[in-house]
Design a protein around this ligand. Structure first.
Ligand SMILES: Nc1nc2c(ncn2[C@@H]2O[C@H](COP(=O)(O)OP(=O)(O)OP(=O)(O)O)[C@@H](O)[C@H]2O)c(=O)[nH]1
Ligand SMILES: [Mg+2]
Length: 376
């Protein structure tokens, strides 16, 4: 369900909601939209539209209604009452996928923390809502309030405990990281919008078998492998990382901040883009936004436009290596197909020359616009 409030990319966002639902193991059966100037305070949409959804849901046997926009706890509850079905929003869905996918101990703790934080804001708001309600009917301090206060305290306690466990795991990981740093490696991280093909490219480059699938957030944990670049006569370390998405829930960015930061704590970011997705420019901007948020927008980037094989002839680029402007910065770009192994040799050569420059102690050349042939 999407309520068109005039935001750009409304269609693409709703399409993505369908993919998110599938990634969470659901089967989308209908797509409903409506236009509004502003959300309705109680139901988010008009009651006529809500009746229409209810009818369609009964006809099609829907089990759940998903909204692309964030619902307030009150709106969610009112809708559930009106539709007699569970109602959830995009944030909930992303948290759900992360919870299903988290494998490492640390990943699980981070997702747990994000979910608890999401839940606690809902409880707090629900509590104030109930308070108002009970005040209205002359029942201050009723049993509901006491129960919620108890829940709130319990969640608060659990959040505290989860944070403590998380910081213990992080300390352990930092020791491992220091050990790695001593090896004086050149670190490259694959980053990009979810489903761009990072894991497929990772596997193709290092002949590993990281999980790659047509799902959003197939990868949650960072995997690192050594990549030997014959042309440079040295190895570099390559990391596959979690994908980014529009409106990543804030709790998740916070919870994953350390992991994200470590993942992209690299000498070079290979920013993988799904060139066959018509919305790639928007996806690039979203990735840039997250990079800024975690303070990684200063790391040199090489844009890898992937899925070259999936482009129709009229969209095929004339040159497989050129530059592309992001945020007003000319960024070197290279076209590949990770799946069909097209352009990988050129990519390896490019990485080799970058790694070589750095070995000769000319790290600054990476950022210098005067370097012949572009930034890199
Ligand atoms: N046609 C085509 N499909 C590709 C290519 N590379 C990857 N894919 C497909 O794109 C989908 C996503 O690939 P992944 O490698 O899992 O993408 P990812 O960026 O790691 O995704 P997340 O880990 O979910 O963020 C899979 O179905 C891949 O088979 C390519 O070069 N061409
Ligand atoms: Mg992946």
């Amino acid at each position: 369900m999407g309520v068109d409030l005039g935001a750009p990319n409304f269609d693409a966002a709703l399409e993505e909601l369908g993919l998110l639902a599938q990634s969470a193991g659901m089967q989308p059966i209908a797509r409903i939209t409506c236009k509004r100037k502003a959300p309705d305070a109680a139901l988010f949409l008009g009651s006529g539209k809500a009746d229409e959804i209810k009818l369609l849901a009964t006809q099609l046997g829907a089990k759940e209604i998903l909204f692309d926009q964030s619902l307030s706890p009150g709106q969610q509850r009112n809708l559930e009452r009106h539709l007699e079905l569970p109602v959830n929003d995009r944030t909930f869905l992303i948290l759900e996928i992360f919870a299903q996918r988290a494998r490492s101990h640390e990943g699980k703790l981070q997702v747990e923390l994000a979910r608890l934080q999401y839940l606690s804001t809902r409880l707090v708001r629900r509590w104030s809502h109930l308070e108002r309600q009970s005040g209205g009917i002359g029942m201050r301090g009723g049993p509901g309030e006491a129960q919620i206060e108890l829940d709130r305290r319990m969640i608060g306690e659990t959040i505290k405990r989860t944070k403590e466990r998380l910081s213990k795991v992080k300390r352990q990981r930092q020791t491992q990281r220091r050990r790695r740093e001593r090896q004086d490696a050149f670190n490259i991280s694959l980053i990009g919008y979810t489903n761009a093909g990072k894991s497929t490219l990772f596997n193709a480059l290092v002949k590993a078998r990281a999980y790659a699938a047509d799902q959003l957030f197939a990868t949650l944990d960072t995997t690192t492998r050594q990549l030997y670049l014959g042309e440079a006569g040295r190895s570099v370390s390559l990391s596959d990382t979690v994908g980014f998405i529009r409106d990543l829930p804030h709790g998740l960015v916070d919870a994953f901040q350390a992991t994200l930061q470590e993942a992209i704590d690299a000498d070079l970011l290979l920013h993988v883009v799904d060139a066959a997705n018509p919305h790639f420019p928007e996806q690039i901007l979203q990735v840039q936004r997250v990079l800024k948020e975690i303070g990684a927008d200063g790391i040199p980037q090489l844009l890898v436009f992937n899925k070259l094989d999936a482009l129709d002839t009229e969209h095929r680029p004339l040159k497989l290596e050129d530059e592309f402007e992001i945020d007003g910065v000319q960024t070197p770009r290279i076209f590949v197909s990770a799946r069909e192994a097209l352009g990988l040799q050129v990519l390896r050569k490019r990485l080799a020359s970058i790694a070589q420059v750095v070995r000769q102690g000319e790290n600054s050349a990476l950022l210098s616009p005067e370097t012949p042939g572009g930034v890199l």
